[in-house]
Write a protein of this length. Structure first.
Length: 563
């Protein structure tokens, strides 16, 4: 194990020699190095020493800087010789003295300062702080805002006093006010919460060192004013016997904490990393079965967030490799079923989007194969399962329109132009623009144009149908009746799927119906619920609307008969 020490940046003579595999630094008397600073957490830093080097982990809730860069709570970083550590109002320097050896381990050198197992480092009094807010974005480029007026607004809007530019932050998210000799924070967003020290709070009194979470931003309230220090409960005298008992109990707790830290900070992460590496190598070698067993066993237990995301990502890669083999073997439907099985279990995770996209790709391939085999109804249903968010959605809608129209033209081709015009005009007057199948105006006008491409009345009527759908959709949109508007816009796109402006209007309706306040995680969970309930059918309205008269057909039409 390496030999190292910590010393004050402004007074190198004040030092502490690190003599263990782990050294805990904080405000609590239970720590190896005690820093009595209100801006330091009770347990703030964990220094881990080994033969290969040293590392630092922020185990507290207060901000820490390593080499001038922010080290957020829960994050670790390697320690190098002469690294500067800023914790609270104290600046420490980490110094590596050299590796341990048998020759020097037995007795200290004369120059060494022999210290107790626990050392108290008195913080260097510095410039008075606050009241102020320290803002820590994910990038680590912290900045400070003085609370020199009241109220102070926080949000994404341009007029906010503390502007946090991220979509996880509401335009007007929170307000800090000074009253009754203190500072109070109040959440004003109806959608996004404010977390104070990890708990959701509508309004709360701020004390120095409090941590505020707004979206992806971490904020710290700092103040040297005594009124802003959190009140401490009073202390009571204890007997000598009880004091001994408490010291023994504290020692046992420290031992238990050390064992806990070793298991969760050293041994368990090492085991998890080895399993992930083995699974990745198995995928590269084509042994996806072994990779699946390793990863599913890991995901069945409790994994830290970073490792859980990595395991899901590797399992997604393994499943995609297997699906591609099935597709190349000429069975895209089997590839689709494999991905659906995976998404039903893990599809709500943020690392499975690539699997959702490939699911729709295999649905397109399966639909084309069904169409090639003459199973037109099944092909159309398969196209209708492609999700609206998918990059393949527009192509699927075009294929639905093409198959639907081709089928009707075939049925109507035996009639003359005069007969078709009579039927088309009657359907137009009765408002049967697209449905039911074989008895609607649009199909009849298209059949006329397939016989007489220059027929001006047929072209005029098709444009009038489009104008009707568009006008009714825009009227419903102006009333904010998004469901009705979407119905008209989708019917319009069935006739003219390339109109970009109407596509955007339909997309707006879907966003409003889905709820703009929903998080991506909530939307992912809804996709999985839909998958479990409907096997992924996204555009079933097409089948219900265009084929509403098909319900009257014989039971044999439930099998794969061509309409």
């Amino acid at each position: 194990m390496i030999q190292a020490r910590l010393f004050f940046k402004d007074n190198p003579a004040r030092e502490f020699r690190l003599s263990g595999p782990t050294v805990l630094v904080g405000r609590s008397p239970d720590c190896n190095i005690v820093i009595p600073d209100p801006y330091v957490s009770r347990k703030q830093l964990l220094i881990i020493l080994s033969e290969n080097g040293a590392s630092l982990k922020n185990v507290g809730s207060n901000p820490v800087k390593l080499g001038g860069r922010g080290l957020p709570p829960g994050q670790s970083a390697g320690l190098k010789n002469r690294d500067e550590i800023e914790v609270g109002r104290t600046s420490l320097v980490f110094s590596i003295e050299g590796p341990a050896s048998a020759a020097t381990a037995g007795s200290p050198r004369k120059a060494d300062v022999v210290q107790d197992e626990k050392t108290v480092l008195l913080s260097t009094p510095g410039k008075a702080r606050g009241p102020a807010i320290l803002v820590s974005p994910p990038s680590g480029a912290d900045w400070t805002v003085e609370l020199d007026h009241s109220p102070v607004t926080i949000g994404r809007a341009g007029d906010a006093d503390i502007r946090l530019s991220d979509r996880t932050v509401s335009r007007h998210h929170a307000v800090i006010e000074r009253r009754d000799g203190g500072f109070y924070i109040k959440g004003v967003s109806k959608v996004n919460p404010v977390l104070i020290n990890g708990r959701k709070a509508g309004e709360a009194r701020l004390y120095s060192g409090d941590q505020i979470k707004i979206g992806v931003f971490s904020l710290s309230f700092l103040s040297d004013d005594r009124r802003d220090l959190r009140p401490r409960p009073g202390s009571h005298g204890v007997s000598t016997g009880r004091l001994v008992f408490l010291w023994v109990l504290a020692a046992l707790l420290v031992l238990a904490a050390g064992s806990y830290l070793f298991y969760f900070q050293v041994y368990r992460p090492w085991t998890i990393r080895n399993n992930l590496k083995e699974a990745e190598q198995s995928i590269q070698l084509g042994d996806t079965g072994r990779a699946d067993r390793i990863l599913e066993k890991m995901l069945s237990g409790e994994l830290p967030g970073e490792y859980s995301a990595r395991a899901r990502k590797l399992l997604s890669q393994s499943i995609l490799v297997q699906a591609e083999k099935l597709s190349r073997a000429g069975d895209p439907s089997a590839a689709e079923r494999l991905l659906i099985s995976f998404l039903k279990r893990y599809g709500a995770g943020p690392d499975t989007q690539v699997v959702w996209d490939n699911l729709d790709r295999y649905r397109i391939e399966a639909a084309k194969k069904l169409e090639h085999d003459g199973k037109l109804l099944a092909a159309m249903k398969k196209y209708s399962m492609v999700e609206k968010e998918s990059p393949y959605y527009d192509d699927a809608q075009k294929q639905i329109s093409r198959i639907w129209l081709a089928y009707q033209k075939e049925k109507l081709r035996k009639q003359t132009v005069y007969q078709l015009m009579q039927e088309a005009e009657q359907a137009f007057r009765e408002g049967r623009y697209l449905a039911p199948v074989n008895h609607n105006a649009y199909a009849a006008y298209q059949a006329i144009l397939s016989i007489d491409p220059s027929n001006q009345l047929a072209r005029k009527r098709i444009q009038e149908i489009l104008d009707i759908f568009r006008k009714k959709g825009e009227e419903a949109l102006s009333r904010r009746d998004y469901q009705e508007a979407l119905g008209y816009f989708e019917r319009y796109l069935l006739v003219n799927p390339d109109d970009q402006e109407v596509k955007e209007q339909a997309s707006l309706c879907r966003e409003q119906l889905a709820g703009s306040s929903k998080t991506s995680e909530t939307r992912q969970k809804e996709r999985v619920r839909k998958l479990l309930k409907e096997s992924g059918a996204e555009s079933s309205w097409i089948m219900k609307y265009l084929f509403e008269d098909e319900k009257k057909k014989d039971e044999k039409n439930k099998t794969e008969t061509p309409w």
